[in-house]
Design a protein around this ligand. Structure first.
Ligand code: LLP
Length: 414
């Protein structure tokens, strides 16, 4: 990654740390996802949780993708950003009554249901509203996604989804629920998946489950296989690593299709991950006993992934081309885990150098916090625009006008 005029301007204006989004990279990714998914007539829902920045969301909705939401606020936001309600799905193991109502009021495509307990509540609410609730059952296929254990979701020990052993009973119960319309099955086995063979296992499971359902005369409108396609954190400039083309082709090969049944995906990271970098300035190069510390002005408050998952993000010094040295790159937060990388090889680094922490477009800015009463980092885009993160600039015409970043659905509905 190279220094450009927008990044320099951001540094000159002293807004560091900030997120920098390369819209060209985003558009290229969107075009690829669009072309590859259209080959098979797949429906792609963008997982809003990965990055809900309005500029990014509007661009994604312009490409005609649906939205995968995990809260009432995400539904409201997705609608404002131009996503059509019948392309929105709502997931989540703990939907509130208000969120269920909001979903039904807006006639979203489907609620992905995670338990019998939830199904009963949805049925009651739908009855009360005089509606049919379109649902997909989120099944837990007990597949090891071979990713970090914090972001694996399809194992029976995880809180997500309905265990396969409970499926028969739930299908019996659904017969008695007048306001539930069972239209699909939903799966999501984890995130940052780089070994695509785990999806072959998923397809095999889905095929078997469908055969069982058909024995019960249950024919479904759609299958939603979730998201999880990984990106190449080791080399952010390599777009070929776990490419969407292989990913989509795999489902075409291994999933037994039914006529009139649509196949849905919910990808987040693979859409927005590579377009974003966290830009930060070097405050000090502090002498250490074995290794010197590069102390930057960004911390785990701006990008928590390294601290939370020990995840690797490539670090580039955009200011120096000198000979290489070894450093620990750390932030200013009062936690030892506030470290972006240990023993990182960088060009000789000095106070004032500009550092890019790469592949931070997904689960970066949106997972930031105010710990240590930090200011929230703004976003700067490759078209020269800048948007604050926690103020009215970010959501100028939306529900997010309160002092809080995120409103509860109760307050949002007022
Ligand atoms: N669908 C469901 C039901 C999900 O739970 C998720 C992500 C997705 C789709 C999108 O997955 P993706 O395509 O983005 O992998 N904060 C973590 C990632 C958490 C993912 C949560 N669920 C991280 O920074 O790695």
């Amino acid at each position: 990654m190279k220094l450009n005029e927008h990044i320099v301007k951001g540094i000159e204006k002293d807004i560091s740390p900030f997120y920098y989004y390369d819209l060209k990279v985003l558009e290229e990714t969107l075009m690829t996802v669009k072309n590859e998914s259209s080959k098979y007539n797949y429906k792609v829902h963008y997982a809003v949780k990965a990055n809900f920045n309005p500029k990014i969301m509007r661009l994604i909705s312009n490409y005609g993708f649906g939205a995968d939401c995990v809260s009432g606020n995400e539904i409201i936001h997705a609608l404002k950003m131009g996503f059509s309600s019948n392309d929105i799905v709502l997931a989540g193991v703990g939907k509130t009554d208000r969120e269920i109502r909001l979903a039904l009021e807006n006639n979203i495509f489907c609620l992905n249901v995670e338990s019998l307990e939830e199904l009963k509540i949805i049925n009651n609410i739908a009855l009360d509203m005089g509606k049919f609730a379109p649902v997909a059952l989120r099944l837990n296929p007990n597949i090891n996604a071979k990713t970090h254990h914090y972001i694996t979701t399809g194992l029976s020990e995880n809180k997500f989804g309905i265990p396969l052993t409970m499926l028969d009973n739930i299908l019996d119960e659904i017969q008695t629920m007048d306001n539930i319309y069972l239209k699909g099955l939903h799966f999501h086995i984890g995130s940052q998946i780089t070994d695509l063979t785990v999806y072959e296992d998923l397809c095999k499971q889905v095929n078997e489950i469908q055969i069982d359902l058909e024995k019960r005369n249950i024919n479904l409108d759609h299958i939603n296989v979730g998201g999880g396609l990984g990106i190449n954190y080791n080399n952010p400039d390599d777009s070929e690593a776990y490419n969407v083309s292989n990913y989509f082709a795999l489902f075409d090969k291994y999933l037994d299709k039914r006529p009139n049944q649509s196949l849905h995906f919910e990808i987040g990271r693979s859409i927005v991950g590579t377009c974003g970098s966290l830009i930060t300035k070097v405050l000090f190069v502090k002498k250490g006993i074995q290794t010197d510390f590069v102390v930057v002005d960004a911390g785990m408050t701006e990008l928590i992934r390294p601290a939370l998952y020990q995840s690797y993000h490539q670090i580039n010094n955009l200011s120096s081309l000198d000979e290489s040295c070894r450093y620990h790159v750390v932030g200013p937060i009062c936690e030892s885990s506030d470290c972006f990388g240990k023993n990182i090889i960088l060009p000789k680094t000095r106070r004032g150098d500009i550092i890019a922490i790469r592949s931070a477009g997904a689960y970066g800015q949106v997972m930031s916090s105010r710990y240590n009463l930090r200011s929230t980092a703004p976003a700067l885009y490759s078209d020269g625009t800048k948007v604050g993160f926690d103020d009215k600039q970010l959501f100028p015409d939306s529900i997010f006008t309160d002092k809080d970043h995120f409103l509860t659905p109760a307050r949002a509905a007022r």
